[in-house]
Structure formats: structure tokens, C-alpha cells
Design a protein around this ligand. Structure first.
Ligand SMILES: Nc1ncnc2c1ncn2[C@@H]1O[C@H](COP(=O)(O)OP(=O)(O)OP(=O)(O)O)[C@@H](O)[C@H]1O
Ligand SMILES: [Mg+2]
Length: 112
């Protein structure tokens, strides 16, 4: 199992959700977030050396899926979230060791 965390532009959430539904995800968690990337939000030179950093609103989505769906999910997120402009976001993938479905006690792939 893998967890995909994607930080995207908030207005892209519906498109990303629909693209992921086509891949066949079971669940999704969405969190309002704020952050900055390489441009540091809105970078301004400050006293010649320091930068003022602005946090920009983002949405973080998290999905846990079987390994077989990871590539499809990444492609779907990329296609749906990309505008080609700075700040389109990032996708991070990590291993998930265990999952438990609380109602039934199922674990592993059966739980997701
Ligand atoms: N290395 C990182 N670690 C954690 N979060 C990150 C990282 N890079 C980007 N993010 C998150 O993703 C959001 C969007 O990042 P962004 O797309 O601006 O990255 P970038 O590297 O500056 O790429 P681009 O040049 O396309 O803007 C940030 O606001 C932040 O929330
Ligand atoms: Mg950026």
C-alpha cells in the first residue's frame, strides 16, 4: 500500500477528485493547507539578502491505495491539477505499513 499526498491549487480540487474517481479510489482525505515552494509564495528582496515569505492557500489531498494503482493515480492527479504555471503543486508518495477498517477489523488491502 502507498499513500499519495498531493498539494494542489484549491480551484483544482473538483477536477482532481473526478480524475481519481475514474481511477477507482476508495477514499480520500482533503485538508485546507497553506505553503510555499521555490518562489516562496511571493518572493521579495528584503534588505538585500533576506526574503519575505508568503504562505499561499493550497489543498492537500491524501489517498491510500494498492501499489497497482499508484502510477495511474499520479498520472490522473498530474493531468487534472496542471495549469503549467508556477505553484501547480507537488505529489509525494510513501509506504503504508498497515491499514485497519475500524468497523469490521479488516486490515491491509481489505481495509482500504
Ligand atoms: N519540498 C516540499 N515539501 C513540502 N511541501 C512542499 C514542497 N514543495 C512544495 N510544497 C508544497 O506545495 C505547494 C506548491 O508548491 P509549488 O508548486 O510552488 O512548488 P515549486 O517547487 O515552487 O514548483 P513551481 O516552480 O512549479 O512553482 C507549496 O505551497 C507547498 O505547500
Ligand atoms: Mg512554486
Amino acid at each position: 500500500m502507498k499513500k499519495i499526498e498531493a498539494i494542489i491549487k484549491p480551484f483544482k480540487l473538483d477536477e482532481v477528485k473526478e480524475a481519481l474517481q475514474e481511477v477507482g479510489l476508495q477514499g480520500i482525505t482533503v485538508t485546507e493547507a497553506k505553503g510555499f515552494g521555490r518562489q516562496k509564495g511571493h518572493a521579495e528582496l528584503y534588505r538585500g539578502a533576506e526574503y519575505i515569505v508568503d504562505f499561499l492557500p493550497k489543498v492537500k489531498i491524501e489517498i491510500v491505495i494498492g501499489d497497482d494503482l499508484v502510477e495511474k493515480a499520479i498520472d490522473a492527479i498530474r493531468r487534472a491539477a496542471q495549469t503549467g504555471r508556477i505553484g501547480d503543486g507537488k505529489i509525494f508518495v510513501s509506504n503504508i505499513e498497515e491499514a485497519v477498517r475500524i468497523r469490521t477489523g479488516e486490515s491491509g488491502l481489505d481495509a482500504i
